[in-house]
Design a protein around this ligand. Structure first.
Ligand code: UDP
Ligand code: MG
Length: 197
């Protein structure tokens, strides 16, 4: 890495807003590495590691896994992919502390966040998407409406403050996240191009 011209995208938004889906589309277009902390945590759980067992206590309740755990995972991932042209951060950072840690990890590599793309989707739509996903994904945290409500609450109290954090840095782009997938994708790309200028 170690290039100021590398591209680092944070894809931001509530549970079910389409971060994972749109990340995949962005990966097809830009030569980046995808860091989904949710996927990394589920992989730890599947491998039955100590970290995975601890994380599952939080995930199954819809609560956030402690900052130091996810920051450590992201640090390892970045170290193991230090030759990358940049990253897509999906579902991370989720707290202001995590965002501050991310800034300093990127700074150590002489790089920074290019833009934060926030997917805007109404709560009613989010709940129905998550319940639908829960039926096919087997994700336990997508199957119970109480757990989903807890995740929204966590998002509102701990994650949403990041919107101001990044807005103050002039890095936040709000994107309409309901509707046609390719229309949303084109809005995301337009914001990336705008941020790179
Ligand atoms: N999680 C977390 N920190 C992260 C990523 C995930 O605490 O950085 C936990 C949290 O309990 C969350 C769950 O994993 O509710 C699922 O996260 P994921 O990002 O996969 O789901 P999404 O919010 O995209 O639906
Ligand atoms: Mg996701």
């Amino acid at each position: 890495m170690a290039h100021t011209q590398s591209l680092n995208i944070v894809i931001f938004g509530p549970p079910g807003s389409g971060k994972g889906t749109q990340s995949q589309k962005l990966l097809d277009k830009f030569q980046l590495k995808h860091i989904s902390t949710g996927d990394l945590l589920r992989a730890e759980r599947a491998a039955k590691t100590e970290l995975g067992k601890q994380a599952n206590e939080f995930i199954s309740q819809g609560e956030l896994v402690p900052d130091e755990v996810v920051i450590g995972m992201v640090r390892n991932f970045m170290l193991n992919h230090s030759d990358s042209e940049g990253f897509i951060f999906d579902g991370f950072p989720r707290t202001v502390n995590q965002a501050i840690a991310l800034d300093s990890m990127l700074d150590e590599n002489n790089t920074k966040i290019t833009c934060v793309l926030g997917l805007d989707v109404g709560e009613h739509e989010l709940v129905s998407r998550l319940l639908l996903r829960g039926r096919s994904s087997g994700r336990i945290d997508d199957q119970d409406e109480n757990t989903i409500r807890t995740r929204f609450k966590e998002y509102q109290t701990k994650t949403l403050p990041l919107q101001d954090f990044y807005q103050n840095q002039g890095k936040y782009y709000s994107i309409q996240g309901a509707g046609d997938l390719s229309t949303i994708f084109h809005s995301l790309c337009a914001s990336v191009n705008n941020a790179r200028k």
